[in-house]
Design a protein around this ligand. Structure first.
Ligand code: ADP
Ligand code: ASP
Ligand code: MG
Length: 402
């Protein structure tokens, strides 16, 4: 007998038929003699719809109240799924995040898990119940409901698998696993049988929505092997783990991230301390800066460009506008950009990767605005309107169709 954690995302539980399909997978796993803990997301676009409802009331809802509202999506789907499992004759109980013992920080909207008091889950398993936990939510020291940020149900699943020392942690999707590119957008995307935590973390951080990056980070920390597979077919999926037996592939995947904005300030004094002063001000406001580009000084001035997530762009521009250093200088903010990346551990030992990517973009007549590299990824910033074409061209260069 094994303890299996199964996570089902919003698409997999979107309506009653989907819920019945998922309930059957859970019931089969339970009938095979396993203990089953399920983590579920809100149905379909529920979270987006709830955010839209809040915005009908106010453009800046209080974060505490937003968490109460958004957590309702997962609370609903967990009880509906428990009913669907019970309808198949299996004992099931739904638990909200606080009942499952998720103790978090009080950072509403982006809470971090501090501890999992999993006694209640264990009691329910002891009673032979299938335990269905509402993903993405916990409780903080003020006894308030908190949520973990978009895509946070994946983290609930990994955290439970780690706390319960589960034998398996499965993510059921509307695709069959992790692919070299979004298989719903790019023809010729190939399914990967295995991928390392580090590569998956880069893919997830750089825009592959298939797994949440915080969840992958936690899986690496606690060495929880993840299995990504389909809710609709029986085909083998993708295993995410520390070391893969596959030969290091030059490139494991290509991603697109449109949640990015480029901010440029032109003609800053070319003196020591400029970068420090600008980026420490942004850091103090918790604004994460991604790609940074500084021009070579000319006529005692230089230009600095950097990217931030779109939600932070307005605040970043305001901060620059209020600094003595940049007073009166033009600050440009371009939201019509996208970041395209290639990821792969094999890159470390293959110097030609960057030029191959640039050649593919050149071949598609796409201009590169910024470049950033690390040992296992290369990212470029381009015009957003070209993003899908860029992804297809770069993917074709690394994964030519037979
Ligand atoms: P869930 O609802 O379970 O959280 P998501 O919708 O977040 O699932 O993620 C699955 C989606 O991620 C797929 O439908 C697919 O279109 C998209 N996706 C993006 N990049 C990739 C990739 N490299 N491999 C697989 N799926 C990807
Ligand atoms: N429902 C939340 C979201 O849409 C959490 C999740 O699905 O993982 O972001
Ligand atoms: Mg998701």
């Amino acid at each position: 007998m094994s303890l299996i954690v199964q996570k089902f995302g919003g698409t997999s539980v979107a309506d009653a038929d989907c819920l019945r399909n998922v309930a059957q997978i859970i019931a089969n796993t339970h009938k095979a003699g396993n203990d089953v803990v399920v983590v579920v997301s809100a149905q379909g676009d529920t979270t987006d719809d709830l955010i839209a409802k809040a915005k009908e009331i106010t453009s800046s809802p209080q974060k505490r109240e937003l968490d109460v509202l958004l957590s309702a999506g997962e609370t609903m789907s967990s009880s509906l799924l428990a009913m669907a499992v019970q309808a198949l004759g299996c004992p099931a109980v739904s638990l909200q995040g606080w009942q499952a013992g998720f103790q978090t920080t009080s950072d509403y909207g982006y809470a971090r898990i501090k501890d999992i008091r999993s006694e209640r889950v264990k009691v329910e398993l002891g009673r032979k119940n299938i335990v269905i936990v509402a993903g993405f939510q916990g409780i903080c020291k003020y006894d308030d409901v908190t949520t973990f940020g978009r895509g946070g149900s994946d983290t609930t699943a990994v955290a439970l698998a780690a706390a319960l020392h589960a034998d398996r942690c499965q993510f059921y999707k509307d695709v069959e696993g992790v692919y070299t590119c979004d298989p719903r957008k790019v023809k010729g995307a190939q399914k990967l049988s295995e991928i390392t935590y580090d590569e998956m973390l880069e893919l997830a951080t750089l825009g592959a929505q298939v797994l949440n990056n915080r969840a992958v980070e936690m899986a690496k920390k606690y060495n929880v092997e993840l299995e990504v597979l389909s809710s609709y077919t029986q085909n083998p999926g993708t295993i995410v783990k520390e070391v893969t037996t596959m030969e290091k592939m030059l490139v494991r995947g290509v991603t697109k991230d449109t949640d990015t904005a480029r901010i440029s300030v032109v003609g800053v004094s070319d003196v020591p301390g400029v970068a420090f002063k600008i980026f420490s001000k942004l850091a103090a406001k918790n604004i994460n800066v991604d790609i940074i580009l500084q021009s070579v000084g000319r006529d005692n001035t230089k230009d600095i460009s950097f990217t931030v997530s779109r939600a932070n762009a307005g605040e970043a521009v305001a901060i620059l506008g209020a600094m003595d250093l940049t007073a009166g200088l033009p600050v440009v903010c371009d939201m019509e950009v996208a970041k395209i990346s290639v990821v792969g551990a094999g890159m470390e030992t293959h110097p030609g990767t960057a030029s191959k990517m640039f050649e593919a973009l050149y071949g598609a007549d796409i201009n590169i605005q910024m470049i950033s590299t690390s040992e296992i990824k290369i990212s470029v910033l381009i015009e957003q309107a070209q993003a899908d074409r860029a992804v297809a061209a770069v993917h074709r260069a690394f994964f030519p169709e037979e």
